[in-house]
Design a protein around this ligand. Structure first.
Ligand code: UDP
Ligand code: MG
Length: 315
């Protein structure tokens, strides 16, 4: 029988985890597959780990993994995928915003021969207009800047075939923008549209500041266009400066040179200073990431790992 592993990263999700598991297992029962679920505790500060462990003792299809601290969703996901070994792997959030029932459709598409089947959100219930607007803007900017086509309105909720999973496991970069990496591996991909529900319990771990940094991560991981922007800005200012120089020099020849023009001088200095600092900042963004990458630290550390017993050993 073919195997399916579901990877669930969770950070402070104890309130909704049991309900999540009940809905997931109901889907398992409809599938003609050997299903397991791997819960990854991303250093939760509530009793998420206790809940995970009690789910594991009650159900032999549950595996658990505990990271040594909170590493963030991208790394929790990576840890989960590294420990998953199945013919197909599904990635899903623990807050029931991604309906587990959709997994049946993912599996159907996978059986048709698709290697990556991802959920595209048609609506996002319970999310503010501001969040929808910024999310939409982000996807448009990414489309412009990156050569890797990033599907719009698509989160991490998806199914990966073993081929895609193995390809992904070979990507060891530390600055991980997972949805970009999922797209980057390529293969035959299919989108399934769904309505994103609101959270069952708890609150979102991503505030605007975190989302902004997440967006920077996405852009710097998949594009060097901002670096080129500095070059163009430099060329433009140089051309403008030359034209202005000719004008000032000509004017001085024709009308003499009384000392005036303090406002223009100040304006030019401030403007150029601003542009230069901005360009430096952009270089700094990339340099900082290069620095983190060069350290070659492990991506995450495991505190405890409890794999699910093999199918034959389960009672
Ligand atoms: N998550 C995680 N580590 C973190 C933050 C979030 O593992 O540091 C998990 C979280 O428990 C959930 C998923 O990532 O299962 C998505 O998080 P959230 O619902 O807060 O994001 P949103 O849906 O608001 O984008
Ligand atoms: Mg959520």
């Amino acid at each position: 029988m073919q195997t399916l592993a579901v990877v669930v990263p969770a950070f402070n999700e104890s309130a909704g985890l049991r309900e999540f598991h009940a809905r997931l297992v109901a889907v398992f029962d409809t599938l003609d597959l050997d299903c397991t679920v791997l819960y990854v505790d991303d250093g939760s500060r509530d009793d998420t780990w206790t809940v995970m462990e009690s789910l594991r003792t009650a159900d032999a299809r549950v595996a658990t993994l505990k990271l040594s601290r909170n590493f963030g969703k991208e790394l929790a996901l990576t840890a989960g995928l590294d420990h998953a070994d199945a013919d197909a792997v599904v990635v899903i959030d623990a807050d029931l915003q991604d309906p587990p029932e959709l997994i049946a459709q993912f599996v159907a598409a996978w059986r048709e021969g698709f290697d990556v089947v991802y959920g595209t959100r048609s609506t996002r219930a319970g999310e503010s207009g501001m969040k929808k607007l910024t999310a939409a803007a982000f996807y448009r900017v990414m489309e412009r800047l990156s050569h890797t086509p990033l599907p719009r309105d698509t989160g991490d909720f998806r199914l990966l075939d073993r081929r895609a999973l193995d390809a992904l496991k070979r990507v060891r970069e530390r600055q991980r923008f997972m949805k970009g990496l999922f797209a980057w591996v390529g293969f035959r991909q299919k989108s399934i549209v769904y309505e994103r529900d609101r959270r069952v319990a708890g609150s979102s771990k991503f505030n605007y500041w975190r989302l902004w940094n997440f967006a920077l991560e996405g852009i710097t991981s998949f594009s060097t266009a901002p670096l080129r922007l500095a070059t163009y800005a430099g060329v433009l200012t140089a051309v403008a400066a030359f034209a202005f120089g000719v004008f000032v020099f000509g004017k001085a020849l024709l009308y003499g040179d009384p000392v005036r023009g303090y406002p223009t001088l100040l304006l030019v200095i401030l403007f150029l200073g601003g542009v230069q600092l901005m360009a430096l900042g952009m270089i700094g963004e990339y340099l900082g990431r290069l620095y983190m990458e060069a350290k070659q630290r492990p991506l995450y550390l495991i505190d405890e790992a409890h794999p699910a017993p093999a199918r034959g050993d389960r009672q």
